[in-house]
Design a protein around this ligand. Sequence first.
Ligand code: NAG
Ligand code: NAG
Ligand code: ZN
Length: 297
Amino acid sequence: MLVLLTITAALAGTQTVRGHQAALLIIDVQDCFLPRGSLAVSDGDQVIPVINKLREDFKDAFSLVVLSQDWHCPDHVSFASQHPGFNPYSVVNLTYNADGALCHGASVPSNFPYAVDCSNQPGSKLRVVQQTLWPDHCIRNVTSGGTSAEFSPLLTMKDSDVVVRKGYLCGVDSYSAFFDNGGFRQTELNGILKEHNIDLVVVTGLALDYCVYYTSKDAHALGYKVLTVTDAARGVAPGSTEAALEDMKNIGIELITAADLEGALQDPSKGANPGSFSFYLFVALGAVLTAFLVFKS
Ligand SMILES: *[C@@H]1O[C@H](CO)[C@@H](O)[C@H](O)[C@H]1NC(C)=O
Ligand SMILES: *[C@@H]1O[C@H](CO)[C@@H](O)[C@H](O)[C@H]1NC(C)=O
Ligand SMILES: [Zn+2]
C-alpha cells in the first residue's frame, strides 16, 4: 500500500515544473502573421515546429495550453486603412475617455463608427494611447487569404486547448492576451489561469516585439513566473525586438531557448521535485514508512 502511494506521489511529481503549475501560451500563430499573411512576420512559420515539439516533449509538464487569437473587426481602429492620410507603420495618438471609449480627434475621423465625442470632457479624464497603424490583418470570421484569422493548420491543437480571443473591440487594440492597450478591459485569460492554479507561464508565438512581449510583461505584472522562449518566437522588426528583449530581461522575465526549457523541466525518471506538493508527500510517506519499520523492529 505504502509502495503504491509512494509510486503515485513520484508520478504526480512529473506534472509539475520545479514545483510550479505551468501553462504553455501560444500567441497569435495565425495565417495573417505567417508567410503570405497580410502582416507576415519574417520567418514566422519557423516557430511552429518548435512550439509543436515543446508541447509534445513536455505534455505532462503543461497542465494547460492556451492559444491567443487576434480577432479584429473589418474596420478595426489599428488598421491604417481606417485613418485617411496615414500609412501602415505610422504612429497616431488615440484618445479615450474615462469609460475607455475612443474619442473622435485628429487621426480618428468624425464618421468612424466606434468613436464618441469627448469635447465636453475635462482633459484630465482623457487618456492618450499611442497606436501603431497596421495593414488590415486577422479579421474575425475570415478563413482564407492574407487577412485570415485562422490558426496555422501546421500548428498542433488539441480539444483540451483553450482559445482566448483579443482585439475584438473595434475601437481599441490589444497586443497583450491579458489586457487591451489602454488597460481598460481584460480578457478571460487571467481567470482561466487562476482556475487551473497556474503560477508559471511559458510564452511562445508571434510577434516577439509586440504580442509576445506585452503578454509576457502583463503575466509578470500579474505575478506569474514567466519564461519566454525566444526561439519559439519571431519579431516584426530587429530594433523593436532588441528593445523588447532588453526590457523583458530587465524586469525579471526569464528569456530561454527551447533547449533551456528541456533542462528546466524535470526528468520524469527522477521522480518528485523539491518544492512540489508531491515532494513533501513523498518525504512524509518516507517518514511514515521509516517509523513503521522502526516500530516493527
Ligand atoms: C502624439 O503625441 C506626441 C506627444 O505626446 C507628439 O510628439 C506626436 O507628434 C503626436 N503624434 C501625432 C501623429 O499627432
Ligand atoms: C463573426 O464573428 C462574430 C464575433 O465572434 C460572431 O458574433 C458572428 O456570429 C460571426 N459571424 C459569422 C457570419 O460567422
Ligand atoms: Zn492585431
